[in-house]
Design a protein around this ligand. Sequence first.
Ligand SMILES: [Cu+2]
Length: 153
Amino acid sequence: MINKFEKYVFTITAIVIMLFVFSLVYARSGKRADVPDCLPYDKAYTIPAVKQIDSNLYQVYAVAQMWQFQPSEIYVPVGSTVDFFVTSKDVVHGFNIYDKNVNMMAVYGNINKTTVKFDKPGVYKITCHEYCGVGHQNMQAEVIVNYPDAKNN
Ligand SMILES: [Cu+2]
């Protein structure tokens, strides 16, 4: 027979899980928040790249490794939509874009994807916000939006 207290704990746990699932669904549909996708692993994403797909659409294959991001400078014009595909070559790193509400993990053997629109010119810092070793604080990259002018590589 199940213990009364155990039953109580199970009920609370179930309520908390349902709350989490509900808030995720609500954020995605009701609030139209962009929740990062997890894509099937493909080695092609482990090669750092900035690809122009369309006049305003870019794809960035961002690869984190101890202790750097590649590519470290990403140039896009104002008004660009950028799909970031994030992965790691070693340990778990963070992928945070200052001012853009991007908070992702870079995980070995995993591809995380999110889409960001850059409407204003400027330099957007990408930082690792998951402690990954002695060089952690050096892990930075930049998205340069029309500054000084948009050119890739
Ligand atoms: Cu780090």
